[in-house]
Design a protein around this ligand. Structure first.
Ligand code: FRU
Length: 508
């Protein structure tokens, strides 16, 4: 079966931007790199999460997908469903390219009041709002090749019908005009679309998802502008009884450690205009591998975030086969105040914590300069969680290593006041000159006490420090599994507790 699949893949030819190209040879299968509780497609290419919506007990995850090769190509919306955010079942492809173009990123809403009229006989439609990207129009150079369109489902997301009136939001002549995130806004009593429009966000509103009126623009001169703005999201969160609005904006390139990353702004949205609270540059995740992430729709006050665990710098080259890319673990978002700043804190969703087997906890560990833990903690599975607590944060590094001399180092650098992930010696990296390296993000908490949660799943580590104030996600490809655990500290540190739990996931 596997061989047949690989042969089919290697014989296929594929189309990129309208041109037929010979298929790239498929590298040997790498089942050892398949994560368990992170979603991956069974085969072929995946990028951004799309259309995430919760409906009748099911989390729907659609995703940018090219089902004919392991590299980016004409985009479809793949589909997966889950009851618990960690065990995913891939479903048939939801949206295929059509005469209006490829199906780029977007969102999906539950149209409870049937404002769109797509529901028949009392049915409640799910409506997808996505970007059509038209390569033939692109060749004409009018810059009008991206526009917003609709599709709807009347069978809980199983099958989708494209709206015959597409596109619903034509392009006024803006080269990058894409990735609509739509939600119902109670202040406006309308749908509000948050759209990435080249170097800024443009907000639109609609009573019925079909007719859109421009409201305002935000960000031309604010935030990071090292690359194009993409995949925005806008949602409210409360802190101490007060509501704030969070605007996520992915940017590529121009991330804090190179390539793709997601910045955010905290402020107010009055149904028309977004006003940021401060101008401090903020990133939802400082690692290199969390991009184009947005939140699930229809989850009430709870905001659950999921990102694409890769970076456009090397996403097309990572050494996995016959699929490319995984999503991050789901994260619950909350606001936290530090001094006069309000930050977004990300923590692994409780559904991930439920995977944890009973923890093995070591108390009062003194590390200087090194403490080998391999005789106490056996890294027998590649899915596990480590939690560290200290009352007095000093230099500290968690080192995973193997008999081949490879090591992955995750730590805190006291002098720089930064958390970091160093994958320079963590395995395969020759596929891209920008992959290997030590990447860092600032410690935002000011307390001497610190807590760190690290999630591992074969080829990824997700670091949540200080209740999620600093988050970093990175991927790595060791030639053999990491089996040894060591702590290092140049300054010396005492950990009140270090706990290790296996995470039981479903391996495909
Ligand atoms: C972000 C992105 C989106 C676009 C999609 C195309 O990674 O560039 O802006 O809709 O990918 O696959």
């Amino acid at each position: 079966m596997k061989n047949a699949l690989l042969l089919a893949l290697s014989l296929a030819s594929f189309t990129v931007l309208g041109q037929s190209q010979p298929a790239k040879p498929v590298p040997p299968a790498t089942p050892q790199y398949r994560p368990a509780y992170h979603f991956t497609p069974a085969a072929h290419w995946m990028n951004d999460p799309n259309g995430m919506v919760y409906y009748k007990g099911t989390y729907h995850l659609f995703f940018q997908h090219y089902p004919e090769a392991m590299v980016w190509g004409p985009m479809h919306w793949g589909h997966a469903t889950s009851q618990d955010l960690v065990n995913w079942k891939e479903q048939p492809i939801a949206l295929f390219p059509d005469k209006l173009g490829m199906i780029f990123s977007g969102s999906a809403v539950l149209d409870e009041k049937n404002t769109s009229g797509f529901g028949k006989n009392g049915q409640v439609p799910l409506v997808a709002i996505f970007t059509h990207h038209n390569p033939d129009e692109e060749k004409k150079g009018t810059q009008k090749h991206q526009y917003q369109s609709l599709a709807y489902s009347l069978d809980e997301g199983k099958t989708w019908t494209k709206y015959e009136g597409n596109p619903v939001l034509p392009n006024p002549g803006i080269q990058d005009f894409r990735d609509p995130k739509v939600s119902w806004n109670t202040a406006a009593n309308k749908w509000v679309m948050t759209l990435a429009t080249k170097d800024r966000i443009t907000f639109y509103s609609s009573p019925n998802l079909k007719e859109w009126t421009k409201l305002s623009e935000f960000g031309e001169k604010l935030g990071a502008h090292g690359g194009v703005w993409e995949c925005p999201d806008l949602f409210p969160l409360t802190l101490n009884g007060k509501t704030y609005w969070v605007l996520l904006v992915s940017i590529n390139p121009g991330g804090p450690n190179g390539g793709s990353a997601t910045q955010y702004f905290v402020g107010q949205f009055d149904g028309k205009t977004f006003t940021p609270q401060t101008a401090t540059q903020k990133w939802i995740d400082w690692g290199k591998d969390d991009y184009a992430g947005v939140t699930w729709g229809n989850t009430g006050a709870r905001k659950i975030f999921l990102g694409w665990m890769s970076n456009w710098e090397y996403a097309n080259q990572v050494p996995t086969s016959p699929w490319r890319s995984a999503m991050t673990a789901p994260r619950d978002l909350a606001l936290k105040q530090v001094g006069s700043e309000i930050y977004l804190a990300s923590t692994p969703s409780p559904e991930v914590a439920k995977l944890a087997q009973p923890a093995q906890t070591l108390k009062n560990l003194t590390v200087k300069p090194e403490l080998a833990l391999s005789d106490k903690i056996k890294l027998t599975t590649p899915q596990f969680q480590l939690k560290l607590n200290t009352k007095q944060l000093q230099d500290v590094a968690v080192v995973l290593s193997n008999a081949g001399g490879e090591e992955l180092v995750i730590g805190y650098d006291k002098q720089a006041n930064q958390y970091y992930i160093d994958r320079s010696k963590a395995g395969l990296s020759g596929f891209s000159s920008t992959f290997a390296g030590r990447h860092s993000g600032p410690r935002l908490a000011t307390s001497p006490a610190a807590d760190l949660t690290l999630l591992f799943d074969v080829t990824s580590v997700e670091l949540f420090a200080d209740g999620g104030l600093t988050t970093m996600t990175e991927i790595f490809f060791p030639k053999q599994p990491f089996t040894q655990l060591t702590l290092r500290s140049t300054t010396g540190i005492t950990l009140e507790a270090l706990s290790y739990s296996k995470l039981a996931g479903t391996v495909k």
